[in-house]
Design a protein around this ligand. Structure first.
Ligand code: BG6
Length: 289
C-alpha cells in the first residue's frame, strides 16, 4: 500500500486504505467522493457532493481475495452467469474476484480518473473510472490471442433505493426479455418495470438509456449506456436474499441491479489484436435540484 501511496497518492484527493483484507482507494474532489478497490476494479461508492450515495453495498459484503464484493459495480467478464461448459469455474467470470493493477490516476478539482488493468488467458482488459459530477465507467477489452475470441461482459451495478417496491424503471418498455427464473422469453410489456417479486431478466438488442425513478429518495438515476446491447435487471427478493451469505435478509428492499452488458446473443467477437470499449455514465437528478 505504501508503494501505491508514493506513486499515486494525492493528499486529500487520492488516498489508500485497507478495508479488511483489500486495498481501496478513496477519491475526493470538489464535486464528488468515491471509492474503488483494486480487487475486481470494483467501484463501491460514488456520491456527488450534497447528494445521497448512488450505489448500494451489502452490510455483509466480504472484502477478501478470491471473493466478489456484494454491491457497487462488480465487473463480470469474460462470461456472464455460469460458464457455458465448465460448472467448476466461478459465476460471472474471472476478474471480479482478483486484484487488478492500478495504471494511472488523473486528478483535477472536478474530475478524478483512475485506470486499472488486468489480463486473462485471451484478453487484455482495462477499466477507466471517472469520478466527477457523474460516474463514468468504461471497459476496454482487446484480444491478445492469435485467434478470434468471444466474450460476455456486464457492469453489474447495484443501486441504492428507498424501497424497491416503490421505484419505476423506464427505458425498457418496448424491449422483450428473457426471464432467467422460468426461463422464458417475454414480449415487450409496454410499461415501466415495477418490482413485485424476485426479478432476474435479460433485455437484449437495446442500447436504451435507463432511468430509475425513486420518489422515496426524491431522485432519478439515469444510466446512459455506450456500446452495450444487453441490460440485466435483478432483485433477489426474500427467499434468494436469505440464501446469500453475504447479504442481509432484508437488504433486497433497498437495492436493484441494472447491468450494462453484452451477453448471450450479444457476446462480442474480436479478431486477434482488435479491441472494443463499452461502458455507462451514471447521473443523479434530485427533485430539488
Ligand atoms: C445477476 C444474475 O446478474 O447476478 C442473477 O442475473 C444472479 O442470476 C445475480 O443471481 C448475482 O450473482 P452472484 O454470482 O453475484 O451471486
Amino acid at each position: 500500500m505504501r508503494e501505491l501511496e508514493a506513486k499515486f497518492g494525492v493528499d486529500g484527493a487520492i488516498e489508500f486504505e485497507m478495508c479488511d483484507e483489500l486495498v481501496c482507494c478513496n477519491i475526493q474532489n470538489d464535486v464528488c467522493s468515491g471509492r474503488i478497490f483494486l480487487h475486481g476494479a470494483h467501484v463501491s461508492q460514488f456520491q456527488p457532493t450534497g447528494k445521497r450515495p448512488l450505489l448500494f453495498t451489502s452490510e455483509q459484503a466480504i472484502f477478501r481475495d478470491g471473493t466478489a464484493i456484494r454491491g457497487g459495480i462488480p465487473i463480470c467478464f469474460p462470461w456472464f452467469g455460469s460458464h457455458a461448459t465448465d460448472s467448476s469455474l466461478p459465476s460471472h467470470g474471472l476478474v471480479r474476484q482478483k486484484s487488478w493493477e492500478l495504471k494511472s490516476v488523473e486528478v483535477d478539482s472536478r474530475k478524478s480518473i483512475l485506470e486499472l488493468a488486468t489480463t486473462t488467458e485471451l484478453f487484455d482488459v482495462r477499466y477507466m473510472a471517472e469520478f466527477g459530477e457523474q460516474l463514468k465507467v468504461t471497459l476496454h477489452v482487446s484480444n491478445s490471442s492469435d485467434k478470434p475470441q468471444s466474450f460476455e461482459a456486464a457492469l453489474h451495478s447495484y443501486f441504492q433505493l428507498s424501497n424497491v417496491k416503490d421505484v419505476l424503471v423506464t427505458g425498457l418498455e418496448s424491449v422483450g426479455y428473457l426471464d432467467q427464473l422460468e426461463p422464458k422469453e417475454h414480449p415487450p410489456s409496454g410499461h415501466p418495470i415495477e418490482f413485485t417479486e424476485e426479478t432476474d431478466r435479460i433485455y437484449q438488442s437495446t442500447g436504451n438509456t435507463i432511468t430509475i425513478i425513486d420518489e422515496g429518495l426524491g431522485r432519478e438515476i439515469v444510466i446512459e449506456k455506450s456500446n452495450s446491447q444487453s441490460t440485466v435487471v435483478w432483485n433477489p427478493w426474500i427467499a434468494k436474499s436469505s440464501r446469500m451469505s453475504d447479504f442481509d435478509d432484508d437488504q433486497w428492499q433497498n437495492m436493484c441491479c441494472i447491468e450494462t452488458a453484452n451477453i448471450g446473443s450479444e457476446a462480442i467477437k474480436l479478431e486477434p489484436g482488435y479491441a472494443i470499449e463499452m461502458g455507462a455514465t451514471h447521473s443523479i437528478t434530485e427533485s430539488s435540484s
